[in-house]
Design a protein around this ligand. Structure first.
Ligand SMILES: NC(=O)c1ccc[n+]([C@@H]2O[C@H](COP(=O)([O-])OP(=O)(O)OC[C@H]3O[C@@H](n4cnc5c(N)ncnc54)[C@H](OP(=O)(O)O)[C@@H]3O)[C@@H](O)[C@H]2O)c1
Length: 328
């Protein structure tokens, strides 16, 4: 019998919303631990540490330099991912970087290059593709249940009210905008499913002017893949909650209305429509999405990285650039 390895120690940067969720998930995930929290504000770091039982609270610099940290988790707005990811890599830490990797593909490539040069893993924060549900979808797609995949359609939206004036998602200078934020999931899913890059993209953006300038709050995109296969998506901060995806081929389709995270993790389900449209419900065993994600991230980091996942993330970032350019 071999001893279990010591838990992988995560240093979190930014005491915000997703950091709080993942810190809570780390406490219920074997093999990982939240070892340090970094904040711009020492009081915020201390409060976060107390709330989540994190032993060390400090500045970003202190967390990155800490000998008690193996992995730096960038829970920061996108415009800070390159700077802090590079610093973490130079300090010899693996990097778990929230999606999007960066505001632009050039910055995402620079982050990947910094991690490669330092010999550390870079993993993107897309959770759902690292889950038993994604495994089940992958088997269905690869097993020919739908015939050869011809179409992916995705929608991700929520009606954003109650955001503070300083919300980074409404700030183009901090990597804000719904195309990068929610469009990430739709484009990533389409590239994942087709395992190809689009030959053509089209995009329409709806913009609003906020304190820091014009920012996209709704986006619709069309990706055309080799062989005439297509993906379409719409994302919005101005429409009610929708979190749909459909994978379709000549023999039927697979439809899931909570694709990035099961609404009830104890009752994970999606729908299979046959070629005539008759639907059946498919139930999968329940799972803890964030714990599952962290378990897989830890395994990948221990194995030296997740090259396929990183390539997919970089391709996603490049297609998001193309979509923004196409929208004009
Ligand atoms: N994978 C997922 O499921 C998921 C879900 C939600 C968000 N995200 C991604 O996670 C990242 C963070 O999103 P979030 O919703 O957690 O944001 P958030 O609640 O605003 O937290 C971001 C934190 O970054 C720090 N920060 C440093 N400089 C900042 C600046 N100039 N403006 C604002 N914050 C700054 C702040 O922490 P301190 O003041 O403590 O330093 C802030 O609390 C984004 O890339 C987002 O797309 C991923």
């Amino acid at each position: 019998m071999t001893d279990a390895p010591a838990p992988l120690r995560f240093g979190l940067l930014g005491a915000g919303r997703i950091a709080a969720k993942l810190a809570a998930a780390m406490s219920r995930t074997a093999g990982v631990t939240a070892a340090a929290i970094g904040s711009r504000d020492p009081a915020r770091a201390a409060a976060f540490a107390a709330r989540h039982g994190v032993p060390v609270a400090g500045s970003y610099e202190e967390v990155v330099a800490s000998p008690d940290v193996d992995v730096v988790y960038l829970a920061l707005p996108p415009h800070l991912h390159l700077e802090w990811g590079r610093r973490a890599a130079e300090a010899g830490k693996a990097v778990l970087c929230e999606k999007p990797l960066a505001p632009t593909a050039a910055d995402a490539e620079a982050l990947a290059a910094a991690c490669r040069a330092a010999g550390v893993a870079l993993i993107d924060g897309t959770q759902w593709t690292r889950s038993p549900r994604a495994d089940a979808f992958w088997s269905a797609l690869g097993g020919g249940e739908l015939g050869e995949l011809t179409r992916v359609t995705a929608a991700f939206s929520f009606h954003a009210d109650g955001w503070e004036a300083d919300e980074h998602r409404l700030d183009p200078t901090r990597g804000g905008g719904v195309l990068l934020d929610l469009g990430w999931y739709c484009v990533h899913a389409a590239l994942w499913a087709f395992d190809a890059d689009p030959v053509h993209v089209a995009c329409s953006l709806t913009r609003e002017t906020h304190a820091a300038g014009a920012v996209d709050v709704a986006a619709s995109g069309l990706l055309t893949f080799p062989g005439g296969r297509t993906a379409g998506f719409d994302v919005s901060y101005r429409t009610a909650w929708r979190n749909w995806i459909e994978f379709a081929g000549p023999a039927g389709s697979l439809v899931c209305d909570d694709f990035t995270r099961p609404r009830d993790p104890a009752k994970v389900r999606h729908f299979r429509h046959d070629r005539r449209g008759d639907a059946s419900r498919v139930e999968l065993p329940g799972f803890d999405p964030q714990a599952e994600f962290l378990t897989r991230v830890a395994a990948a980091i221990r194995a030296g990285g997740d090259e396929e996942g990183l390539k997919l993330a970089l391709r996603t970032q490049s297609v998001l650039d193309r979509l923004r350019e196409a929208a004009g």
